[in-house]
Each structure stands twice: as C-alpha cells, then as structure tokens.
Design a binder for this molecule. Structure first.
Ligand SMILES: C[S@@+](CC[C@H](N)C(=O)[O-])C[C@H]1O[C@@H](n2cnc3c(N)ncnc32)[C@H](O)[C@@H]1O
Length: 212
C-alpha cells in the first residue's frame, strides 16, 4: 500500500493520536512477525478513528468485512457498549485463529462474533438493522458489499470503507479492483440515500451515513 501523506506529517498524526491498548500493540507486533502482508492491519490512526466512530454511533449491531488478525475488530469493540455485538468475518483460517486468540485475551472480545467464511454469506445472514459497518476485504466486491450492507443499515447508520484510494489506483483504474473502487467512490458521491466524506486517512477512508 502506497501512502501519499508526507511521512513526517504521517508520524506527527500518529504521535498526536492516543496510543492503543498494550494488547493491540502486541497484536500488531505479532502480526508483523508471523503473518504475510502485515500492512493490511489498520494500525493506531485508523484504529483509534474506528473506536471513536463506534463511541459516537453507539451501535447495537456492527458488522466488519475482513477480520485479518482482529486489530480493527478490537478497536471497534473497544468503543462499543457492553451489550452491543460486532459480527466480523474472515476466510483465512490462520488469520481467524490469531484473531480469536486476541479476542479471548481482551475484555472487549466477548462483544465479537467471528465467523469463518465468505463475507457475502455473513452479510446476508444478518436480519436485524445494522448500525455500523467497516468494509475492509476483497476490493472487487466492494460495490456488492456496499449495496447489501446499505440495504440492511438503519437510517442514521454509518458505513466506513477502507482503501478507497487503493494506493492511487482509484484515480486511474486499470484492473478489476481499481475499477470497483473508482466506481464505488462515484456511486457514493452521487447516491441520494447517503451523506459522505472521503477522508485522507492512510489509503483513503470513506465515511458514509445513511440519511434518515
Ligand atoms: C485488509 S485485511 C483486513 C484487515 C483488518 N480489518 C485489520 O484492520 O486488521 C482483509 C482480510 O479479508 C480477508 N478476506 C478476503 N476476502 C474475503 C471474503 N470474501 N470474505 C471474508 N474475508 C475475506 C482476507 O483474508 C484478509 O485477512
């Protein structure tokens, strides 16, 4: 993932953001040491952003697409009330095992239900209205995930989508992933059902609110 923000500014933003709990710092380190593509992990800046969004939205039900080793799921869960539930899904059993161990070690882990399997199945299995979603897997499927999740989101509910610059490829799409992201950014900005802002956090974060 290519980052566009000047490295000095990026470091300044990191240092000027509250530190994540030690458990998450250890999880990030374990991910760097043991997993392929550790850069997929959201990290402090986006993780603290997700926690803050959860605190503001106060979801009863949240959904995450793409658990990886559980860093973003635990960040969201940290901002959720004790009786709230986060359903997160992952297709890689190795990542699932690391995530589940981290959830078991965290006081917020019992709010999280981790499902091994394809995201679309998980999304379609949800019957209650969704209050908050974080989409972070399988870029060519983003437009499908967006539509399926928006249809299940309550009015006023929030959807956060990661990698909406796709390392700059969203600006000059040339393959399935970049066409999907570019198309979705266009869809969202023209979508009368939602408010949005495309934030320049890391690789681009879409913050979308379903209108009342
Ligand atoms: C970018 S990573 C998620 C990072 C995670 N949100 C974090 O911040 O630590 C994307 C993950 O989605 C998983 N994935 C890919 N396709 C998927 C699918 N169709 N359903 C569920 N998970 C999928 C990948 O195995 C990978 O672990």
């Amino acid at each position: 993932m290519k980052l566009f923000i000047d490295e000095t500014i990026q470091n300044y933003a990191h240092e000027s953001t509250k530190a994540e709990p030690e458990l998450l710092q250890r999880l990030a380190e374990k991910t760097r040491n043991e997993m392929e593509r550790p850069q997929m992990l959201t990290g402090r800046l986006e993780g603290r952003f997700l926690k803050l969004i959860a605190q503001l939205v106060r979801p009863k039900l949240a959904i995450e697409v793409g658990t990886f080793t559980g860093y973003s799921a635990l960040s969201i869960a940290e901002g959720m009330d004790d009786d709230a539930r986060l359903i997160t899904c992952e297709i890689d059993p190795k990542a699932q095992a690391v995530a589940q161990a981290a959830f078991d070690a965290s006081p917020h882990g019992r709010k999280i239900e981790l499902r091994l399997g394809r995201a679309l199945e998980t999304i379609r299995s949800v019957s209650s209205p969704i209050d908050l979603s974080f989409i972070d897997a399988d870029k060519d499927m983003y437009p499908r995930y967006y539509e399926e999740i928006l249809a299940r989101t309550r009015p006023g509910g929030v959807i956060v989508l990661d990698n909406m610059f796709l390392s700059g490829e969203a600006l000059r799409p040339h393959h399935a992933d970049s066409f999907a992201i570019a198309t979705l950014n266009r869809t969202i900005v023209l979508d009368p059902r939602v408010e949005n802002v495309l934030l320049t956090i890391r690789d681009g974060v879409q913050l979308v609110r379903k209108k009342n």
